[in-house]
Write a protein that binds this ligand. Structure first.
Ligand code: SF4
Length: 197
């Protein structure tokens, strides 16, 4: 198994054979290294795999707009995934793959020390909370959980793509984002602003 880590970035990793076969590249987290909010998604999709950045497809557009509406740019926050390599056919990551990549995610969380973590969708919510989560019912809930070495505040949120397929989820998504922003309060000042997109 070959592996190379640079800070919170995974440069080389072959822990998951099926994902290594399917990926174009490893997709690390992006954004500030001192984030008030860390968004955690499930896994790279086709666009993310091609461009090497999380949430750059249609879901990324929804997330960007939600940030922009609250006076934030992508680089004011940090965005990452539970697994850093694209699963074939866009399937969910398998349990062993989530476990394999957990160390990388925890290293990133410990390294960037976010004030709040927002889980985007069922997979990251269940992965970080280590229980079943009904995201549509629990979105906006704030839960304290020890991750790695530290207690963390987690806000459950629906996946941005849910708002594209079900308009009724727009308010649920927006409300959860508002909760996260209100938790960090003025902790976003002095960083990048509009125009950085
Ligand atoms: S998903 Fe994570 S653990 Fe698996 S090969 Fe990619 S970087 Fe390594």
């Amino acid at each position: 198994m070959s592996e190379r880590i640079d800070g919170v970035e995974v440069v080389e990793c072959t822990r998951c054979p099926a994902l290594c076969d399917a990926r174009s590249q490893i997709v690390n987290g992006v954004g500030t290294t001192t984030p008030p909010i860390l968004f955690v998604g499930e896994a790279p999709g086709a666009t993310e795999d091609r461009e090497g950045e999380p949430f750059v497809g249609r879901s990324g557009t929804v997330l960007n707009e939600a940030l922009r509406n609250r006076g934030l740019a992508r680089r004011d926050v940090r965005i990452t995934n539970c697994v850093r390599c694209r699963p074939p056919e866009n399937r969910d990551p398998h349990t062993d793959e989530l476990a394999n990549c957990r160390e990388h995610l925890e290293r990133e969380i410990d390294g960037v020390d976010p004030t709040v973590i927002v889980t985007l969708g069922r997979v990251p919510s269940e992965h970080l909370l280590e229980r079943d989560v009904t995201v549509t019912n629990e979105a906006g809930d704030v839960i304290e959980r020890r991750i790695g070495g530290e207690p963390r505040r987690i806000v459950i949120c629906v996946h941005p793509a849910a708002t594209l397929y079900d308009r009724s989820q727009e308010e649920t998504f927006a409300s959860a984002i508002d909760t996260a922003v209100s938790l960090v309060g003025g902790d976003v000042g002095g960083q990048a602003r509009l125009g950085d997109f």
